[in-house]
Design a protein around this ligand. Sequence first.
Ligand code: AMP
Length: 420
Amino acid sequence: MQFEDLKIIEPVLRALKRQKYTKPTSIQEKAIPLILERKDVLGSAQTGTGKTAAFAIPILQHLYLDRQQNNSPRKVNALVITPTRELAIQIADSFTAYGKFTGIKNTVVFGGVNQNAQTTALGKGVDVLVATPGRLLDLIEQGFIRLNDVEYFVLDEADRMLDMGFIHDIRKIIAQLPAKRQSLFFSATMPKNIVELSKKILINPVKVEVSPVSSTAETIQQYLYYTNRTNKKDLLLHILKDHNIDQMLLFSRTKHGADRIVHTLKRKKIKSAAIHGDKAQNSRQQALAQFKAREIRVLAATDIAARGIDIDKLKYVINYDIPNTAETYVHRIGRSGRAGEDGIAISICEPEENGYVKAIEKLINQRIERVSDNPFPQTDKPMNEAEKKEWDKEKQRRKQEFFANRKQKAGSARAHRHSH
Ligand code: AMP
């Protein structure tokens, strides 16, 4: 199937050609005709499936045709809510790219940065607003945004939105939307609470499903190293000796862990950066830009931060730890091998995580290939209950020590500044 077969208007087709998109992806093939027919859609799709274009293209088309009928001053006619700033920026960039020849204007608002540039952009008039929930409500309260004219509403990454505790914000936003509208709801997973939420938003929705969460992309080769906790860093450095690995997205369960890994890699002169919620927005943007430009080799990310990253043709993903929910594993490795490319997902498993591997293999219904050429094989056994308790205490102690050190360092730096 071609984009032409989907009854897409010429200005959008031209922009897609410019993007070098030759064929619609599966979700695009399924969702675009439904959205053009003004149906509400419940889409089950992950990032990497082309879902942004699946909703952006038909919305742009609606807005373009609406504006041909009635060229009144621009109002927010389409609203897209998404959980992270990175995703918000990427979605807005997609609207800009696909809408290049339509004259439809968009802007993006998200928290963590000064709002002035955002309110200035809003003041100029936009048709499409892409937003994270908190900042959107903030700007509504201050009177910079009204949702009275929203005709097209998209809730993106609903499951992640709930994971991040945005449920109250979402309810408040929905309450302000006009009843007469078209709504599109996307989520990678469809647990009960998500289905319940979707019922509050959608009217007679059509379900569209691509690559359900239990089916990992066939193009992704998955490998597993069993090792000891204390050898994880060495094993990572061993894996990175392979110079074919020119660009790797590394997942760490914790922000602190991501920072520590970057510290280790930098000491070994491996260019790397961490991106997670404690980093300032511009440092996250910078790390991402450097990674995309291949100025850094390893980008260490937490699950939430990584969720919003869009990097074309990412070949290597590494799980520095095994996620304790199997769905997270599927999300993580879904970051490689996107849009028909080959991908390689490597996982490093310490004894405590052995059980998680079993859960993952059950979910994906597939055995992950064990790497036998491993200089740091697993020799330790998982801890028993008493050892676990002891280890938890030890971790607590180390954490306290870390923060005490940091406080002390900050204190002495202050003293140093005052003495000058
Ligand atoms: P998404 O799932 O929206 O995050 O999109 C994943 C990636 O696929 C993005 O980098 C898009 O630019 C790209 N993409 C989307 N649609 C197509 C298409 N029809 N052909 C090729 N690449 C696409």
